[in-house]
Design a protein around this ligand. Structure first.
Ligand code: 6U4
Ligand code: NA
Ligand code: NA
Length: 176
């Protein structure tokens, strides 16, 4: 099978103010695009711990040990697994496997802080800047916000150098 690379992506949402925290990526892969916070899972690190670490490193927010507000499908600390996206590139054998989580703003502590990698910015739920995001995002974002499902997405890009999306597939599974 093809070599896989594991990544995380975390979205902080605030239902009280109906806004979502995104970060403008300042360097490296996907620079110039808004996205959640995340990165590569390191050796000997759980996916969940990688998600928590990257959120902290990139925007200064720390997931609490115990959630203040519990929601559908969330763990004790308030982090909710939302889905997995697989990204294939026609010109490259590597497959990106991105594990996506969400967490309520009430369940994180710390002050939103710009990092070398990301410039954080809040967006109203009706003002998500899809034109400045990866082209797959508008396809799976609706699933990210559904409370009772998780999702699996499969996307094929023309190249690892461009963001031309050739194929897309999305399935939702009911949460147990
Ligand atoms: P370094 O440079 O080592 O600090 P690291 O933070 O580990 O990098 P990075 O930022 O390169 O990793 O990770 C890429 C991020 O972009 C991951 O969170 C996954 C995400 N990502 C990659 N392709 C994506 C796509 N098509 N759509 C999307 N997120 C994508 O929404
Ligand atoms: Na990153
Ligand atoms: Na990183």
């Amino acid at each position: 099978s093809k070599p896989k690379k594991l990544f995380t992506l975390v979205f902080v949402y605030d239902d009280h103010k109906r806004r979502l925290l995104l970060g403008l990526k300042k360097r490296g892969f996907g620079s110039g695009k808004y996205n959640g916070f995340g990165g590569k899972v390191e050796a000997n690190e759980s996916i969940k711990n990688a998600a928590i670490r990257e959120l902290s490193e990139e925007c200064g927010l720390n997931v609490r040990e115990t959630a203040v507000e519990l929601g559908d499908g969330c763990d004790d600390n308030g982090l909710t697994f939302s889905g997995i996206n697989f990204f294939n590139f026609v010109d490259n054998p590597i497959v990106f496997e991105v594990h996506i989580f969400k967490v309520a703003y009430s369940n994180v502590k710390g002050i939103v802080t710009e990092s070398d990698e990301m410039r954080p910015q809040w967006f109203g739920y009706d003002e998500i800047p899809y034109d400045q995001m990866w082209p797959d995002d508008r396809h799976w974002f609706p699933s990210l916000f559904k409370k009772d499902v998780t999702f699996t997405g499969c996307y094929v890009f023309e190249s690892i150098e461009t963001d031309i999306l050739l194929e897309k597939d999305l399935r939702e599974e009911k949460r147990l």
